[in-house]
Design a binder for this molecule. Structure first.
Ligand code: FMN
Length: 224
């Protein structure tokens, strides 16, 4: 027997990975970044073949990673995690910096920034597992890294199908942050795709999630 929900007990962090594709900045949210050796200092990520960012990493052989902090807003995580760099400039509106590699990375709401040069890759079917050597690493302004559990339990975040840890029935319970404040409305509406919370008694029929772009039918009502 395989109970995939047994793997819900695995712990992860939350990261933004960025690279360059055809001279454009690309990037996405991942939870699969990890250190794999210390001498030499090597790290890994598992990233979906359909992600535009993956093509950037394959093209340049390099990527930047930032460790998100607990106060990273949902529109940063969701903006990088529920849209494709193919059609959206995800970096617009955020404070960014360009690494020595020429690759841009977000430099707010982060605990650390790491530059990586790919040294190996493994085809996992849906995903590619990249191993890379760390060419630069520095601490960021924040100190409390976002864990995957915090993202789910406190921020009310969701896991999209392309994430390595996706399981179809992934459903976040009502969260601390989601239900705080906003006394004007009796109800909140939670996006079942990305976890975004909209405070209103009713949503208009043409309502579109500001984070992931889905319609009203994907929202469920949460009592405050
Ligand atoms: C919380 C979270 C964790 C994610 N983890 C991963 C991951 O580890 N690997 C992956 O390939 N995609 C992951 N994703 C999905 C990508 O971020 C998503 O497919 C993104 O839209 C790809 O963008 P791109 O096409 O610009 O590369 C995650 C998304 C979220 C919101």
């Amino acid at each position: 027997m395989i109970d995939p929900t047994a793997l819900f007990s695995l712990s992860y962090g939350l990261y933004l990975v960025s690279s360059k594709k055809d001279g454009r900045n690309v990037g996405c949210t991942v939870n699969t970044f990890a250190q794999v050796t210390s001498d030499p200092l090597q790290v890994s990520i598992a990233i979906n073949k359909d992600n535009f960012t993956t093509q950037g990493i394959q093209e340049t052989g390099q990527f930047e990673v930032v460790v998100l902090s607990e106060n990273a807003p949902m529109d940063l995580i969701g903006g990088f995690g529920f849209h494709s760099s193919k059609t959206v400039d995800k970096f617009e509106g955020w404070s960014t910096q360009v690494a020595e590699s020429g690759i841009e990375y977000v430099n707010e709401y982060i605990c650390a920034h790491v530059s990586v040069k790919v040294v190996n890759s493994l085809d996992l079917g849906s995903h590619i597992f990249f191993v890379g050597e760390v060419t630069a690493a520095e601490k960021g302004p924040e100190t409390a890294p976002m864990t995957y559990a915090y993202y789910h339990q406190v921020k009310g975040g969701k896991t999209p199908p392309k994430a390595s840890s996706y399981i179809a029935e992934d459903a976040a319970p009502a969260t601390q942050e989601a239900t705080q404040g906003k006394p004007a409305a009796k109800y909140a509406w939670r996006c079942t795709v990305c976890g975004h919370i909209e405070y209103a008694d009713e949503l208009p029929d043409d309502f579109v999630c500001p984070i992931c772009g889905v319609g009203k039918d994907k929202f469920e009502r949460v009592e405050l």
